[in-house]
Every structure is written in structure tokens, then in C-alpha cells.
Design a protein around this ligand. Structure first.
Ligand code: GGG
Length: 348
């Protein structure tokens, strides 16, 4: 997505549930602190989530979708608290938004902060998660069989979705120094669905001569989780569920789920989103780590072509983490989310 010559940048803010409401304002402050590095940002507050559902009966109001589609250049989403039981009439708004806006790639960089800016990061990889299908098509049924209750879910893998996520992953790998891509699957068991994913991603390389420069490997998802502990991966591409699990597991390598950002990207729209959930256990205490959201804002801006602005945000966050003065409890400190606002405003 190239930088358009925009005078202003309209950003939809959907904090949704739990700590999303605490960390998205910090991302907004980080964007505001950029000054003239980006077109004047205009923020539009939008609602969605389980709390919205309990209040209004709708988890993703039509107005939120329409404003995103018609008025916004990009968006930031916080976190959602979907219940673990079936609630009649409720469906996850983030899963729906990714589909409605066709944000088919969830790009999740997992990068550690090195002790000094001259040293390379020990962990530096990107999990590219297919974002629209797999088990997240949410076609589940419960029936009664000979031995009692039976539950089934449809797992949809298509050539189209696997090809376009494959292309996105190849582009990302091509732009990195190592130019290495690992296709994650479990096609020794799921030879039809994961087999199609694997074949479709691999076929992308044969259709574009630029991608010959990328070294392609494969890894079964279970061993991939283990092997993430060794610095072998560069870009990993995975079906939806594996990508979700792999990136949460990888967060352990960089200290906390609270520092891992993502963007949900399509061909015409991008939405930043921290990888973490709504963390009801700490919601309301003001101690949520805003780093993942702040870095998600940077990723979103980078995706739109505002590379310098994205650098500025990332460098500021790197310095803060290096200094170790402003660490929230997930990173072993006592800092409050609010202290990030003050620091971002002071350093702008
Ligand atoms: N920001 C990521 C997030 O909200 N994670 C929680 C999650 O995945 N929830 C699933 C859902 O409620 O749809």
C-alpha cells in the first residue's frame, strides 16, 4: 500500500473490551506525538466487543463497519473478550471485521530488543497468519450420536486464500536480509487441508521469478513451536489457527505477550492490533503494557508507507525498554500504562 498524498489521516479507534480500552489511547498518544511526520491524524472512536453486545445486543454495530469502510484510512483495534461458551446471538467482532474488510493477512513480527542499538536482535521473525478461514469460519455443530453428544467443526482451506497469504509472505521474506520462508502445516495428518495450504504457498514461488531469491523450508506446526526457541526462523506462514498459537508462543521469547504487535492487512485497508487479548485479570488496574499497541500503530503506519514515522515510534519504544525504567509488571517492573503517555508526550 503506497503512501497517498494525504492532507489528513483518518484512523478508526476500536478499543473493544478489557485492557484494549487502556492501551489503544497510548497508541493514539504515540501517533499524535509524531507531529508533521504524518498527515494530520483525525481519530474516530468506534465501538465493538462483548461489552457492546451486552449493552446493545450487537457485537459489531453496522455503523462501526460503515465508518471504517467509508471514512477511515486505517484503524487500530484493541482486544475482545469473547466468552468460552456459546452465547446466542454473539459472534466475535474481530473475526467478523477481518472477513468483512477482507484483511486476509495477520502479520505478527516477534522481535527482541537488543542491549544496544548496534547489536542485532536475538529474536527477529515474522509470523504471517492467514486471517479469513481455517477453523475460524466458525461452522460448528453439535449433534447426538450413538455414544452421546458429538461436535464438529468445518476447517476451510482454499487455494485462493492460501495463495494470497503465500504471496504476502514471499513479499515480506524478499524484503528481509535472510530471505527465508518456512511454511507451517501438519500435512502428515491433515493431508487434504494442510496439503492444499502447503502446495498453494509453494506454487507462489514458481509463478514469480523474484521469489526465486527466497529459500523455502517446511515445518510441522508442533515441532515449529519447539524450534522457535532456536534462531532458525525468519518469516513463517501458517493457516489461521496455527498462526494464532505460534505467535502467542513466540511472545514468550521476547518477554511478554504485551510487547507483540500485529497488523491485519488486506489490499486496500490495514488495521493495527496488539496480539494480546483483553486480560480481564488486570483490566482496571492501569498496569496493562501498551507497547504492543504502540508498536501496532507503527506497523500500521509502515504498511501505509510512513516508514520514518514508524521508525520514530519503534526507536522510542526500543529506548524505553533498553533503559528499563518504564517496565509494566508483565516485564518485571512497576510502571503504569499512564506513564507511557507522559513519556511519549515529553519525548515528542
Ligand atoms: N487483540 C487480540 C485479541 O483480542 N485476542 C483475543 C481473541 O483472540 N479473542 C478471540 C475473540 O474473542 O474473537
Amino acid at each position: 500500500m503506497a503512501t497517498a498524498a494525504r492532507k489528513s489521516l483518518t484512523i478508526g479507534l476500536i478499543p473493544a473490551d478489557g485492557i484494549g480500552k487502556e492501551v489503544i489511547p497510548a497508541a493514539r498518544t504515540a501517533i499524535e506525538a509524531l507531529g508533521s511526520d504524518i498527515p494530520t491524524p483525525k481519530f474516530v472512536d468506534l465501538i465493538a466487543g462483548f461489552e457492546t453486545f451486552t449493552r446493545t445486543g450487537v457485537a459489531l454495530p453496522e455503523e462501526t463497519v460503515e465508518v471504517l469502510k467509508n471514512d477511515c484510512d486505517c484503524a487500530l483495534f484493541g482486544s475482545v473478550s469473547s466468552p468460552s461458551r456459546k452465547v446466542v446471538g454473539y459472534s466475535s467482532p474481530i473475526v467478523a471485521l477481518r472477513k468483512i474488510l477482507d484483511l486476509y493477512a495477520n502479520i505478527r513480527p516477534v522481535v527482541s530488543v537488543s542491549p544496544s542499538p548496534d547489536e542485532p536482535s536475538k529474536v527477529d521473525m515474522i509470523v504471517v497468519r492467514e486471517n479469513t478461514e481455517c477453523l475460524y469460519v466458525k461452522q460448528e455443530q453439535q449433534t447426538f450420536g450413538e455414544h452421546g453428544k458429538e461436535a464438529r467443526a468445518t476447517r476451510l482451506i482454499t487455494e485462493r486464500a492460501s495463495t494470497r497469504i503465500g504471496k504476502m509472505a514471499f513479499e515480506l521474506a524478499l524484503a528481509r536480509p535472510r530471505r527465508h520462508l518456512t511454511v507451517i502445516h501438519k500435512s502428515n495428518v491433515l493431508s487434504v487441508t494442510d496439503g492444499l495450504f502447503r502446495e498453494s504457498v509453494r506454487a507462489v514461488q514458481t509463478k514469480d521469478p523474484r521469489f526465486e531469491a527466497v529459500t523455502v523450508a517446511e515445518q510441522l506446526v508442533d515441532s515449529a513451536v519447539y524450534r522457535q526457541y532456536f534462531p532458525i526462523y525468519d518469516v513463517m506462514v501458517a493457516p489461521n489457527l496455527y498462526g494464532d498459537i505460534l505467535s502467542d508462543a513466540a511472545a514468550a521469547l521476547v518477554g511478554s505477550l504485551g510487547v507483540v504487535p500485529s497488523v491485519n492487512a488486506g489490499d486496500t485497508f490495514v488495521m493495527g492490533e496488539p496480539v494480546h487479548g483483553s486480560a480481564p485479570d488486570i483490566f482496571g488496574q492501569g498496569i496493562a503494557n501498551p507497547v504492543a499497541s504502540i508498536r501496532s500503530a507503527a506497523l500500521m503506519l509502515r504498511h501505509l508507507g510512513y516508514t520514518e514515522a514508524a521508525h520514530r515510534i519503534d526507536n522510542a519504544v526500543d529506548s524505553v525498554l533498553r533503559e528499563g525504567q518504564l517496565l509494566t509488571p508483565d516485564l518485571g517492573g512497576t510502571a503504569k500504562t499512564q506513564e507511557y503517555h507522559i513519556s511519549l508526550q515529553k519525548n515528542s
